[in-house]
Design a protein around this ligand. Sequence first.
Ligand code: HAM
Length: 425
Amino acid sequence: MSIKALKGFKDILPDEVILWQFIEKTTRDIFHRYGFEEIKVPILEKTDLFVRTIGESTDIVEKEMYTFVDRNGSSITMRPEGTASVIRAYIENGLYVRGSVQRLYTIGPMFRHERPQKGRLRQFHQMSVEVLGSNSARIDTEVMAMAWQILQEIGLQASLEINSLGCPECRPAFKEAMQGFLQGRIGHLCDDCQRRSTTNPLRVLDCKSEHCQAQYVTAPSIIEHLCGACRRHFEEVKQTLDLLGVPYAVNAKMVRGLDYYTRTTFELITTELGAQGAIGAGGRYDGLVRQLGGPEVPGIGFAMGMERLVMLLGQKKDGLATRSVLDLFLVTLGEEAYAKGFVLLQMLRSLGLRVMMDHEGRSLKNQMKQADKQNAGFTVILGENELANREVLLKDMHSGAQQLVELTPVFEDWAALIATKIRQQ
Ligand code: HAM
């Protein structure tokens, strides 16, 4: 019996990779325009890192982590998200001495043992950013505006929902109000919510059960419990989002699935992916660096789920998937043309063109078919006549238009002549 991939782990095949590359390239470019630098962090970390940052009573830590004991008997975990690792690296490598505000991004796979479904995998990929060292509400706005710009430049639509989760000053009063509210309904809640009603009452708002959610429609609003400083911060975030023309809606029930958040949180939601509506999410985490043993440094960031972006873009069928994979397919006829063509092929590649040729001795017709299959932008036919007359026909495979390229007696110049003609198109 053949061996199949693990459930929730997916191969990303060449046709789809075109979309991945487009999304990653566009996003990286925007990250750089906003002054972010890339950081690469390990996939495996000590389990404690995630337990202490994401929170013991979150779904991720309680049910979803790929945790195992390694050969040395240490408990290690395949990262379920990137923030904890980036903060660990920031502290461990003393990145805070490089400057007061650090803008970091990372791209890579994450692992959560969730029930796989459309848009939800066990290995998925995130592009995430973290800004460390600023309390300014303008940074919150800048980060959200950047997420918004990424979606616009990729060509996707979503709605931005924002909330404020307050700070250690104002959260206790809200916790108390929630506990009081939950006590009155305890018999109607799922086991998880019953347990969390005393340990971490905010977390119940993140429950996936529709039955529980129906109970929380009238739950106390965190926004009404914000202290003066958190309220002012949230007001400035909203005002500056308005100033930049980024549309948003306040969702006072959004608590996010990770415990480290303070103040601003946000999600980018689509209705086009069924239940898995969040294509990106993040927020501020002002106490996290300190909590992990670093200096008192505030932070904010977000992550976008690449599979979800790819699915949305794929659904749009905007022609991206059929973009040329090759600039040129070099068709040769006869021994001498095949030998010269092979050298020409390498020269064209050195000039930066994506070029292929046939090595299976196919007929002219079949080589043209091959060019079509490979999605070549152009073909050049090189045969005995072309070698003798020192001219080739360059065919545009999309429009069918043909033009003559005159070559010189110096074979070394041919590649440059052909490349120039292609680039002029
Ligand atoms: P998160 O909301 O857990 O946040 O994940 C961010 C995004 O990753 C989601 O909005 C979704 O698009 C994608 N995602 C999450 N789980 C899955 C899954 N099982 N399958 C496919 N896609 C998934 C975080 O991870 C935070 N670290 C974000 C952050 C960065 N906050 C501050 N800085």
